[in-house]
Design a protein around this ligand. Structure first.
Ligand code: 6GP
Length: 862
């Protein structure tokens, strides 16, 4: 018969089982218990870091209870599940977010206080988990938060890099230097492990990174040979080569005010055996050690390139390692339900976050054909109903292409499958457009050349059920440029749009607690209500007319500016004028994002102020400009931009004529937690990409949600933000996307000297060349990108940019009207909650339903 469950005395179990701590006394007890046992420390030698670890472990205990309950609930109910495959998850810090989502922040604050600690200081101890470059990775993190908050059965799959995005240092000359980010060298309490946490902190030796989920491992093969079977089954045998092990690490993702706690599973690579015994026996000791090194190397580091591909073998290995492990895990979970394999798409949707996980398409074909022994057509039907592909950029340098020889070497069976997919696909194209050789060449998955390349975006497109871009304009550009032929061939209904969103938990409640409290008070709503239904912010609109409310609103902005000033003081030792307007541009350094335009605008303003009389200057409203962002280590022009910003800051901030009216700061080592300080403090923020280049942008949404006004081009999600908040509340400038192609053509074939075309910009460039900010020759390569070619159209947009900034100055003079704009902006940002976005994916793409985990524990009955 069935084994009795639970074993032993049910009453004993029940009495011994705990549930989530919710009151301060039990929270305090659990923190102290972790101090005593997990950390092996005492009251007398506990510092802020120890208090952080103990508090984090206590919160983790609570999360584990919810997480277990959630996973059990999902397993029992057998819902359709969705999986978000992303090579990047830019999570930032975890503790504050978890406390807020659990609704336990106040209790923990009290508990920690009773033990003699200040919550703010404790939270500051946490290191960011920075497993991403920028927008794409942060979007993935917001989507995890929203999936859990919306009670959707979604898991994330990624890689557990030992080193996240590099730490940025700025040399005395203003050059970016890169240092490794060994984020795991402090214990990471946010991963689940079935084994006890062995940490003896304050020995000043942190034990090697966390313990693996030894119960969840898979083997992944590379290289070797793929031999097609001699029958006509289409199957092949892939053998030999290197086998490595994927070990799972689970990160708990708590939903907001729900018991639902989802999972982010990150894979770490390990040698299958510490030693290859065969080579060991043969006496080749070095080779044995080498192979174990190369296995561990797969997940050692996040590639720090944003919007560029490099064709590096290790990167391709990362991609395959991660997709292969994830698919095995997904299939195992599916098979536990005992459904026919052809039902797979009824139970599983897999979202491809850009083309990085595209190998999942041939990998699932390989499994279905070679291992499950399905026919090609059955397998292809399953595949093309399982995957969904999101494109995140139309920049040509970001479109992934892998050299065929490299693919053949590393993944011989997958290369065969890709050729087969291509053959069947082109046959279908040929049937629809007989004799159109040109079209076949354009649409082929294989780009001709020496060597040939596989076009990953095309493979992702034809292997997916649906394709989407990340804002209306961007999705339209995907349909009309890079995937135009595919839209014609497959029909427009496959190509949709899901405008990005951001989580209002981190990007309002957490980063701007005072504003969050004011909103709750004003709307007379618990924050648990409006944070999960952000359209409720609309009800703030009438309060824009209330002078008292405006005063409170403005006072909060002011305190956030002071908080930022304090941060700058602490980390740079510099004094910031908090009476000034705060103007912020924070994002990866890239020519298309045009930090250059901004710094040239700053120089232009500086030169103008220099020319004024002291009386004229007194009429100005002072401005403080903040920049932050990292440049890819090999991106020379972007690094020169940083150098220019740093040196302009040095000159301007020291000039007694101007420093009261204009100052400039470059904050090193931009991160999620630095963004959380900058964003609530901004009066305006800049989103000034060349029209048609920024797919969406998400920080634009974060600033506006916090009542900062937007200066921007008619690009990406700026357009939809303006639609929501009203064009009179944003400052738009510059040429529109449809004009860009023609302008670039003119630059190339009918160039007009910049002195004629844009004297103001020419003057700025000449001042830089002339040495106003140190040796001008250093900046020549940067300046010549504008003087020659000017691909990103700075000379076309500069004048209207300066005019837009003048309108900002003008508007800022009327403080009442300005605060009204700020309130109206926040009030109209409901659309940009990532809850709305994730629900669109769930409904229109994945066909996924919410599963609410019961609030009382079911643990006993299994
Ligand atoms: C970024 C886009 O540049 C940005 O506009 C968008 O908001 C973000 O994705 C999220 O959709 N793209 C990337 O970071 C990237 O690497 C391959 O694209």
């Amino acid at each position: 018969g069935k084994p009795k469950w639970p074993r032993g005395d049910e009453k004993a179990w029940k009495e011994a089982m705990r549930d989530v701590d919710t009151d301060t006394p039990s929270i305090t007890r659990s923190i102290v218990s972790h101090v005593q046992t997990s950390l092996a420390r005492q009251a007398y030698n506990l510092d802020d870091f120890g208090a952080y670890q103990a508090a984090a472990l206590s919160v983790r205990d609570n999360l584990i209870l919810n997480w277990n309950e959630t996973q059990l609930g999902y397993t029992k109910r057998e819902p359709k599940r969705a999986y978000y495959l992303s090579l990047e998850f830019l999570m930032g810090r975890t503790l504050d977010n978890a406390l807020l989502n659990l609704g336990l922040k106040d209790q923990y604050k009290d508990g920690v206080k009773q033990l003699g600690f200040n919550m703010e200081d404790v939270l500051e101890q946490e290191r960011d988990a920075a497993l991403g470059n920028g927008g794409l990775g942060r979007l993935a993190a917001c989507y995890l938060d929203s999936s859990a908050s919306q009670e959707l059965p979604v898991w994330g799959y990624g890689l557990r890099y030992r080193y996240g995005i590099f730490q940025q240092l700025i040399s005395p000359e203003g050059n970016q230097l890169e240092a490794p980010d060994p984020w795991l060298e402090m214990q990471n309490p946010w991963e689940a492990s079935h084994l006890p946490v062995l940490q003896h902190a304050r020995l000043d030796i942190f034990l090697p990174p966390q313990l693996p989920r030894l119960d969840v491992t898979y083997e992944v093969r590379f290289y070797g040979n793929a031999d097609r079977l001699p029958d006509d089954s289409g199957r092949a045998l892939w053998h030999g080569g290197q086998e490595v092990l994927a070990v799972a690490y689970d990160v708990m993702i708590p939903g907001c005010y729900t018991r639902n706690t989802n999972n982010l599973r990150l894979w770490e690579s390990k040698p299958k055996r510490g030693f290859d015994l065969n080579s060991f026996n043969a006496g080749d000791y070095e080779r044995a050690v080498e192979s174990s090194n190369s296995a561990a190397a797969i997940t050692s580091v996040l590639y720090p390139n944003d919007h560029t591909t490099f064709g590096k073998e290790l990167r391709l290995k990362q991609q395959y390692f991660w997709t292969a492990a994830s698919l095995q895990d997904i299939l195992r979970r599916f098979k536990n339900m005992d459904k026919p394999i052809t039902d797979f798409p009824e139970y599983v949707s897999i979202q491809l976050n850009d083309t990085h996980p595209t190998l999942a398409i041939p990998e699932l074909m390989r499994i279905l054909i070679d291992e499950e022994e399905l026919s090609w057509n059955t397998a292809w039907h399953i595949v093309t109903n399982t995957f969904f592909y999101t494109n995140h950029t139309v920049l040509p340098e970001a479109l992934e292409k892998w050299p065929v020889p490299l693919m053949e070497h590393l993944l011989p069976r997958h290369m065969q499958i890709i050729y087969d997919i291509n053959l069947f696909f082109l046959q279908a194209v040929e049937r629809k457009y007989p004799g159109d050789r040109d079209r076949l060449g354009r649409m082929s998955l294989i780009e001709e050349g020496f060597p040939k390349h596989v076009r990953m975006a095309y493979l992702a497109c034809i292997g997916s059920r649906k394709v989407n871009g990340v804002a209306e304009l961007h999705s339209e550009l995907v349909r009309t440029t890079i995937l135009k032929d595919f839209v014609e061939f497959e029909g427009i209904s496959k190509f949709g749009n899901v405008t990005n969103g951001i989580t209002p938990r981190r990007w309002l409640d957490q980063c701007n607690p005072e504003l969050s409290a004011l909103i709750s008070k004003t709307l007379k709503l618990e924050k648990s209500v409006w944070l999960k239904d952000l359209y409720k912010l609309k009800d703030l609109l009438p309060f824009a007319e209330d002078p008292h409310f405006r005063k409170e609103w403005a006072a909060i902005k002011q305190r956030n500016k002071e908080r930022l000033a304090q941060h700058v003081k602490t980390f740079l030792g510099l004094e910031v004028n908090t009476k000034a307007m705060f103007d912020v541009q924070i994002k990866r350094l890239h020519e298309y994002k045009r930090q250059n335009l901004n710094i040239f605008g700053v120089i232009h303003r500086y030169l103008a102020i220099k020319k004024m009389t002291p009386e004229e200057r007194k009429k100005l409203n002072p401005r403080v400009v903040f920049f932050a962002g990292k440049a890819a280590p090999a991106y020379y022009i972007a690094k020169l931009t940083i150098r220019l910003i740093v040196n302009v800051a040095r000159v301007i901030n020291a000039d007694p004529d101007t420093k009261d009216y204009l100052s400039l700061y470059f904050l090193p080592d931009y991160s999620v937690s630095v963004a959380e300080i900058l964003i609530p403090a901004s009066d305006i923020s800049q989103h000034i990409s060349t029209a048609g280049t920024e797919a969406s942008g998400t920080s634009n949404m974060k600033f506006c949600l916090n009542g900062g006004l937007l200066v921007g081009t008619v690009d990406g999600a700026n357009i939809e933000i303006a639609e929501e908040v009203g064009e009179n509340n944003v400052f738009f400038f510059g040429h529109l996307a449809p004009a860009v192609e023609e302008l670039r053509y003119q630059h190339l074939y009918h160039p007009v000297p910049i002195e004629e075309k844009c004297p103001a910009l020419a003057n700025v460039l000449n001042q830089v060349s002339g040495g106003l900010f140190g040796d001008g020759s250093v900046y020549e390569p940067l300046l010549s990108t504008i003087r020659q070619g000017d691909y990103y159209l700075l000379s076309d947009d500069f004048d209207s940019y300066i005019a837009a900034l003048a309108m900002v100055d003008e508007a800022y003079l009327d403080n009442t009207e300005w605060v009204k704009k700020s309130i109206r902006t926040t009030a109209n940002m409901g659309k940009f909650s990532s809850d709305r976005a994730i629900n669109e994916y769930a409904e229109s793409y994945w066909n996924l339903e919410a599963i609410k985990v019961p609030t009382t524990s079911n643990f006993l009955t299994g």
